[in-house]
Design a protein around this ligand. Sequence first.
Ligand code: ZN
Ligand code: ZN
Length: 341
Amino acid sequence: MKAVVMTGANRPWEVWELPIPKAEPGQVLVKVHASGMCYTDVWATRGFGGNIYPQTPGHEVVGEIVEVGAGVHTSIVGDRVGTTWVQSACGRCAYCRENRPLSGQTATNCDEPRTTGFASQGGHAEYIAVAAEGTVLLPDGLAYTDAAPMMCAGYTTWSGLRDAAPQPHEKIAVLGIGGLGHVALQLSKACGFETIAITHSADKRDLAIQLGADQVVSNGTELRDLGGADILLVTSNDFGIAEEAMAGLRVDARVVLCGLDFSRPFSISSEGRPFHMMRQRVIGSTHAGLRHLSEVLDLAVKGKVKPIVETFSLDRATEAYDRLASGKMRFRGVFTPSHSN
Ligand SMILES: [Zn+2]
Ligand SMILES: [Zn+2]
């Protein structure tokens, strides 16, 4: 099969011919129909996920089960499924003994998690073997290319919104109108919240309104001039921009870090209206459990959230990576391996 491969830190993606994996006990073999590109693929390629090379990236994977491994009683051939970046936990370490649901926390706390596109093969390939327990059934009628970005972009931002616990009449600001942000805007609007987009890109303003923003501003000062927001969903991978945007937050506001910036720490300024005097909070957020992924998929099949995607064959991996890493991808790049031949 064809598979995109990260060959080493800061090296270009390559397309390799590899054997089709087998569904080991507890696993299913999925013919990949769509695999979304997350900016975390770039962090992994730059070495921030450790020395995992050679490895196939991709953790927004959807497709069709073509083989069921021994001991799997919950999946059948032909099921349309998706998986996220955490497929399973070891079940035995101190964290696992807390018996929490499978979530993004599992990946960073379990001693031996099976992670898609990091410790284990990712989805930018024609086939992938995944732990059956880490798959979710896709709603009937949801196109694969619309489903794939829900596995991380949708799941991440929905979890962030839920972690912020927005109350009726609160205002939501979404920072960054890229792969995550353009989904977050739609999710906030689907819940009926007054939603403000923050983007530096003048050419994204009209689109932000079309996606559900009630207003668009370019920074925290402009946000404050509008009356401010109660929740700031940080979907950008630049903490510098996030820190500036906090100038536009109201009393008791929550800043939710959905995007990752490995290049610098997140810092809180004491200037202006000090954070502690505003009694604000910063919330770290990750995939909050598969139940919440189901909620996002439900919104997607109802048409409340629809990602804007650029599709790529696996053969265009190098070009796709360049667009993703340089911030030119609008808004989600998705490999469609089943159409590659
Ligand atoms: Zn991701
Ligand atoms: Zn564990």
